[in-house]
Design a protein around this ligand. Sequence first.
Ligand SMILES: NC(=O)c1ccc[n+]([C@@H]2O[C@H](COP(=O)([O-])OP(=O)(O)OC[C@H]3O[C@@H](n4cnc5c(N)ncnc54)[C@H](OP(=O)(O)O)[C@@H]3O)[C@@H](O)[C@H]2O)c1
Length: 386
Amino acid sequence: MFVRSAKPSRLASYSISLQFRNMITAQAVVFSKHGEPKDVLSTHTYEIDEKNVPAGSIVVKTLGSPVNPSDINQVQGVYPSQPEKNTSLGTSEPSAVGGNEGLFEIIAVGDNVSKFSVGDWCIPTNVNFGTWRTHALATEAQMTKLPNPEQSKAAGGKKGLTINEGATISVNPLTAYLMLTHYVKLTPGKDWFIQNGGNSAVGKYASQIGKLLGINSISVVRDRDDLDSLIKDLKEENGATQVITEEQNGSKEFGPTVKGWVKETGGEIKLALNCVGGKNATGVARKLSNDGLMLTYGGMSMQPVILPTSLHIFKNITSSGFWVTKLLSGNPELKKKTLAQIVQWYENEELKVAPSQETKFDGSDLAEFYKRGVANSKSGKQLITY
Ligand SMILES: NC(=O)c1ccc[n+]([C@@H]2O[C@H](COP(=O)([O-])OP(=O)(O)OC[C@H]3O[C@@H](n4cnc5c(N)ncnc54)[C@H](OP(=O)(O)O)[C@@H]3O)[C@@H](O)[C@H]2O)c1
């Protein structure tokens, strides 16, 4: 038996124990039923035999894993993609491990493992792996290699990936890149996209990647006391061409200003990215040129998307959804190619990671760290490091 539940008397310990044949005592944050994370998440402790790794498998230790909005929705039971609940970790009830993104380091490999060596870095190949845990036993196919810092340097990169970059690479940067490149042909130097949630992690990647690709952008943000410094940050540090407030986005009087910007470059606003909904989405859709596309990928305001009939009839606007999980689950080659591009931009210091508030796990009770991460996630992206 390679993974087994730890005895209750050892539940509080988090250590590499030599007592039981090099057993690693691991912790995972599990849920057996859906509800608010503070009510349903708990810590399960189990052991992994690091000296008897099955053929074709690897043992990994976690370097970092974030709390994303979709992770919370998954625990709440309101997200369409769900991990399977089972007793493979020795839980008394069928349970799933929370979290979908994370960066891991390989600490042991079984026979016949060809892709990985000890010391390599990796991320889960697919969603629903369960990344809120200290260690995992995985098959080779369940993980995808990322260069560790020495490997990046050896390959000529200016720098290696940071833990934040690696742990948050598979959702938000990929989402931004794919929305900008997979649907509409935007002409560099001329065309524009408009997005709401301009200060979100996805929004910052979209404006940066837009700049790298030569595409102009308008980021819509909520008004705030320090608006000027946010505008400066989004323009100077995150590549946004223009930043406007929700009020300006919804104002008829402001429309000609936007038209003026677009006229200057001789292009069109061909794409709108919507992660807010409500009136905000209506405002960004109104700025699209004829035949433009609005991709809805989030619903932060919890308001429905309402589009004026005239936009459909007279401007032939298309409104469509984007879900990175769906797009990439059937297209591993696209995922590989997109990941390689993001890694290269990070290594060449061309792309900046969206900041995370990092909290280092101290070895106590892992579920408490993720519950706090969920509670704090309204004030910025939370990353638990190890
Ligand atoms: N469909 C997909 O494949 C996919 C992939 C990745 C992410 N997503 C979704 O994309 C969204 C953003 O994700 P993220 O990780 O980038 O989030 P994030 O960094 O946590 O940012 C959330 C953003 O939402 C804004 N916001 C929150 N409530 C709002 C409201 N009522 N009205 C207007 N804006 C509001 C915040 O604005 P302030 O800056 O003003 O606080 C913040 O900029 C989420 O809905 C996420 O689930 C979807």
